[in-house]
Design a protein around this ligand. Structure first.
Ligand code: URA
Length: 257
């Protein structure tokens, strides 16, 4: 059964889906995932278990399409509707995971760790190197992403860097004054040596250039062995475990703007 997809509503008249597209007919499992019921795979299980109805009729056929503007979908008798509010979340990125939404090899990617089925259009705001861990933001709100990535945006980001050698006094001074990189001078950074061996350094930078922190330490004759992003603007990971994500509250999103 294809529910009411023939009941034609012209594309131009369809409302925006809040993610740069329009609300159009789609497979029932995709609809359930977008509505936040469960992942696409788990939604298929709900269907085959006979727990999903469309216009009051149990639907188990996985190919069934529904029109969110016309059909009434329910799971276990509870109505389900699409969410259209933009979603922004933070992930504690583990080591070895590539910041991309499209796999180019069999290496793990961040798309495997965040709920893309539930929130299509989710996109990372900037990137962390594969070997960098820590706070990575994602949003379905492209405008928010663009404004935070714009060169004029100087949101502070704090990293914990494990260095190959103790940071020299001269190195710390130069980083605090703003070192020169190939692509131009960087803004002064806040630098604190943590612990007594001089190799663990907390650094706050105000731009988001490619390999920025690693290049900054290289510019003062050192090398980053491990890098972890602790904060982005006023946001910090708190007790979010590696590989876990959480949705930001409206206040947290507003604090980024
Ligand atoms: N700076 C780097 O060098 N790498 C990162 O992943 C983030 C900032």
């Amino acid at each position: 059964m294809d529910a009411n997809v023939d009941e034609h509503i012209p594309f131009e008249e369809r409302p925006d889906d809040g993610r740069g597209g329009k609300i159009v007919p789609m497979r029932l499992q995709k609809f359930l995932a977008r509505a936040g019921v469960a992942s696409r795979r788990a939604s298929e299980n709900l269907m085959t278990e006979g727990r999903v109805t469309v216009n009051g009729i149990v639907v188990t056929a996985l190919g069934t399409k529904v029109d969110p503007l016309v059909d009434k979908v329910a799971v276990d008798g509870r109505p389900v509707t699409l969410q259209d509010k933009p979603v922004t979340l933070m992930l504690n990125k583990p080591e070895g995971v590539i910041t991309t939404m499209k796999a180019q090899s069999d290496r793990p990617i961040v798309a495997d760790l965040v709920p893309v089925d539930r929130y299509p259009g989710l996109y990372p705001i900037g990137r962390l190197d594969a070997d960098t861990t820590g706070l990575l933001l994602f949003s379905t709100n492209g405008e928010l992403g663009n404004s935070l990535l714009h060169p004029s945006c100087h949101v502070p980001k704090t990293y914990l860097a494990h260095l190959k050698r103790p940071l020299s006094v001269d190195g710390a001074v130069r980083l605090r004054m703003g070192v020169e990189l190939e692509d131009g001078p960087v803004q002064p950074a806040e630098v604190d040596v943590v612990g007594k061996y001089g190799r663990l350094v907390r650094i706050t930078v105000h731009e988001g250039r490619y390999h920025q922190v690693k290049r900054m330490f290289e510019a003062v004759g050192n090398q980053v062995e491990r890098l972890h992003r602790e904060t982005f603007g006023s946001l910090s990971l708190g007790n979010l475990e590696l590989g876990q994500w959480r949705i930001l509250s409206q206040e947290e999103v507003d604090s980024l703007k």
